[in-house]
Design a protein around this ligand. Structure first.
Ligand code: PBG
Ligand code: ZN
Length: 325
């Protein structure tokens, strides 16, 4: 029995009924806001390809942190731009490294804010690759040893959660071992499980000065053409002890988010990456789209696909919009 008995338009008649039958919502509770923190003083530099997103030094970052806390955004994800880069990225495990200093500052002054650290090496190495080089490729297992040092150092500084983004094999297992041996058995791991070798990271690499000086990341990040392989990557991370799994980028990978949601019972995070942000900002500035509406529609599509958590540069805008500010 179909038409005329069934008329789906009955449930779209006005906003009240639409509210009642709405299946998915973006709320401030879903959001993680990434922050770029640069070693040095008196730095507040807008990233040219990411309007309204800045690199801050620690002496200038309070304005940003106060806003995040006032907007009730639950968590930040920290990226560092160190004063010193070397072959292996030793700033990542230094007690005086930029992330360690940032975590101590934030946890001391904003204890209610949940602090997640991105765990990788590309912002800290002279060559810009995500680990220790052997010839022209990243050596997996040596990189794991350095990753253990990095996460333990982040945990000692007070990080609430660590998020490995380098796509090294076995990284979740190595991190779990490293944290547990150091007594940090209650620090969770959010794994960048299905991270693709994507051109959507372009603006981020300008922001974080993390472009590879030669070659690309296709020997460690996933091939954008592959779908089944994402389930294999996620399954390995779950087995190794991941607490939350991530799909990155988000917008061109909604099928992957949906697959992961249907096949696993862990929380799923989607990373709405820099290039996705820049496209909306650019089209908005041109007057070609309604920027706020496209932003909300895009983030809603990630929730609809199955994401629980969205990492997004739009977090403050969304929080303000939902608050009616
Ligand atoms: C570093 C890292 C990248 C992003 C997050 N962590 C860049 C890359 O892999 O080259 C991308 C984030 C974004 O584009 O917003 N491993
Ligand atoms: Zn990296």
């Amino acid at each position: 029995m179909a038409f005329p008995v069934h008329r789906p338009r009955r449930l779209r008649k006005n906003e009240n009924i639409r509210r009642l039958v709405r299946e998915n919502h973006v709320t401030v509770d879903d959001l993680i806001y990434p922050l770029f923190i640069e070693d040095g003083e008196n730095i507040k530099i807008e990233i040219p390809s990411m309007p309204d997103i800045y690199r801050y030094s620690l002496d200038r970052i309070d304005e940003e942190l106060e806003e995040v806390v006032n907007l009730n955004i639950p968590a930040v994800l920290l990226f560092g731009i160190p004063s010193h880069k070397d072959e292996v990225g030793s700033d990542t495990w230094s007690e005086e490294g930029i992330i360690q200093k940032a975590v101590r500052h934030i946890k001391k002054n904003y204890p209610q804010l949940y602090v997640i650290t991105d765990v990788c090496f590309c912002e800290y190495t002279e060559h810009g690759h995500c680990g220790v080089l052997c010839g022209h490729d990243v050596e997996n297992d040596t990189t794991l040893e350095n990753t253990k040092k990095q996460v333990v150092s982040h945990a000692k500084a007070g990080a609430d959660m660590v998020a490995p983004s380098g796509m090294m094999d076995g990284v979740v297992k190595a991190i779990r071992e490293g944290l547990d041996e150091a007594g940090f058995y209650d620090i969770p791991i959010m794994a960048y499980s299905a991270k693709y070798a994507s051109a959507y990271y372009g603006p981020f690499r300008d922001a974080a000065e993390s472009s590879p000086s030669f070659g690309d990341r296709r020997t460690y990040q996933m091939d954008p053409a592959n779908r089944r392989e994402a389930l294999k990557e996620v399954a390995l991370d779950v087995e190794e002890g991941a607490d939350i799994v991530m799909v990155k980028p988000a917008l061109s990978y909604l099928d992957i988010i949906s697959d992961v949601r249907q096949n696993f019972n862990l929380p799923v995070a989607a990373y709405n990456v820099s290039g996705e942000y820049s496209m909306i900002k650019a089209a908005g500035k041109m007057g070609w789209i309604d920027e706020q509406k496209v932003m909300m529609e895009t983030l809603t599509s990630m929730k609809r696909a199955g994401a629980d958590i969205i990492i997004t540069y739009h977090a403050k805008e969304v929080a303000k919009l939902l608050k009616g500010q």
